[in-house]
Design a protein around this ligand. Structure first.
Ligand code: ARG
Length: 570
């Protein structure tokens, strides 16, 4: 990467002028804030001058004189002692030509191939999977794609809630209000109806609440009939969920839901009592975080006084399993912000037990309706994910019909699917995950805007250039020579892909990639306006064709890392 090479050369120059870097400090070069002054900049001379008590501009001058850049870039000094680097057109040409034969498009692989368990989506069975789950599913899927591309060994695990208290209600409903025909026809809808109907009755009638509790206790005690109902219910729900994941192009290596850990809970609690990490309090078994000032007042229960286990107990058992069976070095949880305390507690309890995988709670905010309130349907229910996907496709189809009436039949349907789903995913991923974002159909589907359709359309435009080329074309990297400002800017932006992808996992921010892709598409459109491709000739045309080819490759790869496909026409 250019940045690393410049850093090495800067370090060399510092050595030659006899300035030593203090322990733990490395030379720092970053992309320039203002491209008029250069492509990269460094404040290292200023930081060092302060330490060795010398004039920063003087030190910067000495360092620049000692730099051996060999035509890679030109350096000069700005302000109080910044060193600016302007990459030469020749370097841009060489680098961009080099991307053509690099199937990683400039993105380095990590050296230490750690194993990451990625816990995302994880809806609760027999309860509706609503639009809030879309965030976990889409962010998690994108993180999986990015991490795998960078070289991590990623295990995806859908930790579904298949053993919660909701089963008391479901089983009672199954025995009293279930309609078998409707269950056959649309299991998810029927289970939802049953759940809602019992839930409403529980609100009104205490005796219904008690019956549900009894059904739950029977299930937990292993009652055969209830276990059978539970099993069928989980199976049907899983099939329904699988249908949604297929449509979203999301998949999991494992679906070890909560129930998978049932047998491990009692021994885990015993073990924690024996090791002193948990102790009794009012009949319940609790973990007290005395050593942690933030959690000191927030103990967590792992076994209730009535013997029941909790969400945290299951999560602790799950961590054991993932570390022991899968050798997880890291565990990432993509779960909404309201569960922050829960994760702080189980992470701390895990450390107290002497295990220390790198555990991350990757939280996110809410999705709001256009009235800026939590998104609901007109009747006040949570919006369902399937409905969102259906509507996205219907709206994308209408937009495509208006734009390109030539598209017909299967091709039109396929494009509508790719554009509609892409729009929903991109609206999600282009926001910082903690932002509460407003779900707006018009905004996410706009062809001119910060949207997936805009990026997909940019790709289609690039490809159409190649379709118009008269004779077959062989791209020749040796002929690449960028000189026009718009060519240089596009080359610079293409090379930035290799700098962008590696930092996405620093704070789990796929939105940086989304923003980068918008920047690339804009650089391409400016280039396309300023630099005719089909009407140019010789090496100039070859240079431009290579830039076009790489633009389309980076768009496909980058969107792919967000889980978004591209159509060939639209
Ligand atoms: N089922 C939970 C919910 O929807 C999310 C589970 C997240 N994963 C975990 N290991 N706790 O609220």
């Amino acid at each position: 990467m250019l940045i690393c090479e410049l850093e090495k050369r800067l370090a060399g120059a510092l050595e030659r002028v006899g300035v030593e870097l203090p322990e733990g400090m490395t030379v720092q070069i970053s992309p320039a804030a203002d491209l008029r002054f250069g492509d990269y900049q460094s404040n290292t001379a200023m930081v060092l001058a302060k330490r060795v008590r010398t004039n920063p501009r003087e030190l910067a001058t000495k360092v620049v004189d000692a730099l051996e850049l060999d035509g890679l870039a030109e350096a000069d000094i700005a302000g109080p002692g910044f060193i600016n680097f302007k990459i030469t057109p020749q370097t841009w040409s060489e680098r961009v030509a080099g991307l053509l034969s690099d199937d990683r498009l400039g993105v380095p692989e990590i050296e230490e191939k750690q194993t990451v368990v990625l816990d995302f989506s994880a809806p609760n069975v027999a309860k509706p999977m609503h639009v809030g789950h879309i965030r976990s599913t889409i962010i998690g899927d994108s993180l999986m794609r990015i991490a795998r591309f960078l070289g991590y060994k990623v295990i995806t695990d859908n930790h579904i809630g298949d053993w919660g208290t909701q089963f008391g209600m479901i089983i009672h409903g199954w025995k009293t209000v279930l309609n078998e025909d409707d269950l056959q026809a649309d299991p998810v809808a029927e289970l939802l109806r049953v759940y809602r109907s019992v839930n409403a009755k529980c609100g009104e009638d205490e005796s219904v609440r008690d019956t549900c509790k009894e059904e739950l206790v029977k299930l937990q005690a292993g009652d055969e009939e209830n276990l059978k109902i539970w099993q069928r219910c989980v199976e049907l729900s899983k099939q329904g969920l699988q249908g949604i994941y297929d449509r979203l192009d999301v998949s999991f290596d494992f679906w070890y839901g909560e129930s998978f850990y049932n047998d491990r809970l009692a021994p885990l609690v015993e073990d924690m009592i024996a090791s002193g990490t948990a102790r009794e309090s009012d009949g319940a078994i609790c973990v007290f975080f005395d050593a942690d000032s933030k959690l000191a007042e927030q103990p967590t229960i792992i076994r209730k006084a009535d013997g029941g286990f909790l969400y945290s107990t299951t999560d602790l058992a799950t961590i054991d399993f993932r570390v022991e069976e899968w050798n997880a070095d890291q565990i990432w949880y993509v779960v909404g912000a309201p569960q922050q305390l829960h994760f702080q507690q189980i992470f701390e309890a895990t450390r107290m037990r002497g295990q220390n995988p790198n555990m991350q709670h990757i939280a996110f905010g809410s999705i709001l309706g256009e009235d800026r309130k939590l998104m609901k349907t007109r009747s006040g229910d949570n919006v369902q994910l399937v409905d969102v996907l259906d509507e996205a496709i219907v709206r994308a189809r209408a937009a495509i019909e208006a734009k390109n009436p030539d598209l017909e039949g299967e091709e039109k349907e396929e494009v509508a699917r790719i554009v509609g789903l892409g729009a929903v995913k991109f609206a999600e991923l282009s926001q910082h995950r903690m932002t509460d974002y407003v779900f707006s159909w018009d905004k996410m589907l706009a062809l001119q805007g910060d949207t997936a359709p805009y990026l997909q359309y940019s790709y289609v435009r690039v490809r159409s250039i190649f379709r118009k080329l008269e004779d077959g074309h062989q791209l020749d990297p040796a002929a690449v020579s960028v000189s026009e400002p718009a060519e240089i800017h596009l080359a610079r932006t293409l090379l930035k892909f290799g700098e962008t992808v590696p930092i996405l996992l620093d704070d789990f921010r796929p939105n940086l990639l989304a923003n980068y892709l918008l920047e690339l598409a804009k650089a391409f459109h400016s280039f396309f306006e300023a630099c005719p491709v089909l009407k140019s000739e010789g090496d100039v045309q070859m240079t431009r064709l290579v830039l076009c080819e790489l633009t389309s490759q980076v768009l496909v790869k980058g969107l792919g890392l967000l889980g978004i496909q591209v159509p060939e026409r639209m």
